[in-house]
Design a protein around this ligand. Structure first.
Ligand code: F0G
Length: 344
């Protein structure tokens, strides 16, 4: 049986025999072949379906390590600022560990499913009239004044856990892919994947390092522009971030691997989002689709092995999903009316 990220990859993680393992059996997510996307871009594409994690996003990989270490270090409470997924994951893992959890979220800019998760798992949720960057700054200030552990990806244990995504890719493919595509927001995840690939290379598990391709939303693309964005805007609220904490890590991953950080428009993100749902049967959230929008934009060498990380589940953001299609109207409960509606 799969034992969760810490037990499966213990040798690569900063945990000891005394670390209390707080896990929801995260990880081991599908690496799904994507035949129609492969045909479209002329490469062999796999989708790393991170929505299959316990709280529906990749954040669980880092949260199992961050919360376990917080318990080991005697913490009583954790705090994070979030565009939604970190708060959902922190709330769930904190509940499991019996820790109090405080989350600061940008007022009106987090997807409904994510807000619901933080609330049902019992976190203290504060909606701040500000964007994510400001919420994270407040979290740092709060942690200086109060005895709380920050579980954003500025906590290095988060990055440690998230690198397990790269291990899983290599464990399935038998080597690194040629190209690795992913969305970039606060830039922790691309930093983590690159660390994971390099550690597996050091361990002799991988011969070929992928080119790391990170994609920001065009309205929230500070790394691409080379300066912070004061008022980031995108439909992909998960990556609506103007001043990424791991800016350096993302730039280094792209530079060292011969990859790039690029921008994709909201239209391209939504096109990829619909394509993934209709053609590959994977319902991911808009931010996740940025990886595929990016691949479609920049292309890949013919026949290259490409992995696109789909970071979160589509059900997290029902408003965007429903906004993409015409909501069906109600008809009378008789067969004639149903058939008329279907134009049969
Ligand atoms: N995709 C999703 C679904 C996310 O929730 C995030 C980040 C990213 C991609 C970008 O990852 O920040 O490591 O570059 N969400 C954070 C949060 C910011 O608060 O949930 P990143």
């Amino acid at each position: 049986m799969w034992r969760g990220v810490i037990e499966e990859y213990r040798d690569y993680l900063p945990v000891g025999a005394k670390t209390p393992v707080v896990t929801l059996l995260e990880g081991n997510t599908p690496l799904l072949p994507a035949p129609r996307l492969s045909e479209r871009v002329g490469a062999r594409v796999w989708l790393k379906v991170e929505g299959a994690n316990p709280t529906g996003s990749f954040k669980d990989r880092g949260m199992t390590v961050a919360i376990s270490k917080a318990v080991e270090d005697g913490a009583k409470a954790v705090v994070c600022g979030s565009t939604g997924n970190t708060s959902a994951s922190a709330a769930a893992y904190a509940a499991r560990a019996g820790l109090a959890c405080v989350v600061l979220i940008p007022d009106g800019y987090i997807a409904l499913g994510k807000l619901a998760q933080a609330l049902v798992h019992g976190a203290r949720v504060v909606q701040v009239r500000a964007n994510f960057d400001r919420a994270l700054a407040l979290v740092r200030e709060l942690a200086e004044k109060e005895p709380v552990t920050v579980v954003n990806s500025i906590n290095p244990y988060r990055i440690e856990g998230q690198k397990s995504g790269a291990f899983e890719v290599v464990d399935v493919l038998g080597d690194g892919p040629d190209v690795h595509c992913m969305p970039v927001g606060n830039a922790g995840n691309i930093t983590a994947y690159w660390k994971g690939y390099r550690e597996y290379q050091d361990a002799g598990k991988l011969k070929r390092l992928p080119r790391m391709m990170g994609f920001q939303a065009a309205g929230a693309a500070p790394i691409v522009l080379g300066h912070p964005v004061e008022k980031p805007e995108t439909i992909a609220t998960a990556i609506r971030i103007g001043k990424p904490a791991s800016w350096y890590g993302a730039s280094a991953a792209a530079a060292e691997s011969g990859g790039m950080i690029e921008a994709v428009t909201d239209d391209a993100i939504l096109e990829a989002y619909r394509f993934l749902a209709k053609e590959e049967s994977v319902f991911c959230e808009p931010a996740s689709a940025a990886s595929v929008a990016g691949l479609v934009k920049v292309g890949a060498p013919p026949g290259a092995r490409v992995v696109c990380v789909l970071t979160g589940h589509g059900l997290k953001d029902p408003d965007v999903a429903i906004g993409q299609i015409a909501v069906p109207r109600a008809v009378d409960a008789d067969l004639a009316a149903v058939m008329e509606e279907l134009a049969l």
